[in-house]
Design a protein around this ligand. Sequence first.
Ligand code: NAG
Ligand code: NAG
Ligand code: NAG
Length: 472
Amino acid sequence: MTQWRKFSVSIFLICLLEFVFWAYCTVSAAGAAEEMYMVKGIETFKNAASLVERTSNENNLKEADIHHHGLGLFANTAIDGHNGVGRLGVWIAVAAQELMAHPYEFYQMLKFKFFYKVPDFPKNLSEADIYSYKKLVKVSRSFAAVIAELPEDLRRPIANFYLVLRGLDTVEDDMSIPLEKKMPELRSFYKHLYEKGWNVSGYGDNADERDLLERFHYVVDVFLDLKPAYQQVIADITRRMGEGMAKYAGEKTVVTLEDYNEYCHYVAGLVGIGLSQMFAASGLESEKFGQMDELANSMGLFLQKTNITRDYLEDVTAVNPRIFYPKDIWGKYAKNIGDLKEPENKEQALQCLNEMVTNAMAHINDCLDYMMLLTHPNVFKFCGLPQAMAIATLARIYNNYDVFKREVKIRKGEAVQIMMYGGNYETIISYFVQYIKELEDKIPESDPNAEKMRHYIAVARARIAKGRGRQQ
Ligand SMILES: *[C@@H]1O[C@H](CO)[C@@H](O)[C@H](O)[C@H]1NC(C)=O
Ligand SMILES: *[C@@H]1O[C@H](CO)[C@@H](O)[C@H](O)[C@H]1NC(C)=O
Ligand SMILES: *[C@@H]1O[C@H](CO)[C@@H](O)[C@H](O)[C@H]1NC(C)=O
């Protein structure tokens, strides 16, 4: 071998080694990014690292958690969970992009791995904030991801809003709390927001939720530190939601279409209304968003009805079955709602399912209207991603008998794709176009609600063709 060839081979081997090592670092960093993603507000690597240093003792953070900075894109894919097919491939692809886009950060990451010394930690992120952001990532990855990209003005209040409602929801979902205790607790839950130091132990079906309520004083701390305008929205929505949940916690069940809309309003429409008021209060969107209750409510209903329709089997077969399908709909197709999952009722089951999907589609025009009024790109993304997931889910479950046999979800790949590339107006609208087409292609000729479904599809297409409601 000539000197020259030896030299080239060595260079090649060094590059290969470098690549393998780099891939290893980025992949471990991607895992860490999930945890750290919410702390993106801390803008420098140094600060992120020191934050970890500070919190690692109390929270057992892994050392790898420190590889945070500049990993937003990684986190987006990492959020999808730990079992996605091809996840490693996506990471490496994204990591390659990241490296090219931010070589300096990569250098920092390596440097950190070997030469890290404890720097000063940020002085202005409180323990309560750290707890809140970490908790958010734990209890809702998908939500944490979109929230992380909001401007700081909205990120903190909306994260707080989510945790407050999650606390309320934990009380509602805990079937071990006797009703005579649960109802007043739901109704007065909002008052705890003004009780500094308030927490409660023993509520919640899983460890994360129990912990949230046990350390609710952190959530209260952040709440009390928010602008009064945000506090008012959060407290008001929590009060109204608690009221509604109490109403449906007892004897009352979802029977009529009005009940269905009312229940969904309490648990999801109100969230839409509250968020809208917060957008207005932040000044990032127009003041009109404070009074767009009707459209904002539809945004929530579209998501909630999609989930209720999808979750038939889970809800019907739960230890404490909870029926959210309105009897006005399922009653047309079966004597008992549980009968729909029996193979001999397949035809009726599909018609019932299709009517539920069609009912959700009634909100699509409002959702498009609402989204087209948004002007801030990150607020748009925050609102649009869940909507895109919902329309994808509706297209998946429509006329799909699997809903009665197993859990049905959109493909991991689809979810990742929507999360990663679905952030702007054009992509979100293109998802709507795509999934509306899929729905249309699945309409069975004989379906009693076929005409209605075609109508909603035509309305949505017309809305999309008309374009944005306002110039940017
Ligand atoms: C923390 O301090 C930085 C710079 O001093 C500032 O930009 C940021 O808004 C502060 N964050 C909070 C939560 O106070
Ligand atoms: C709950 O609040 C009390 C009183 O504010 C406090 O002493 C206690 O440490 C809190 N519980 C937890 C688990 O932090
Ligand atoms: C609907 O289900 C998805 C996935 O399970 C979840 O992330 C989302 O929070 C749910 N949305 C509503 C409004 O319940």
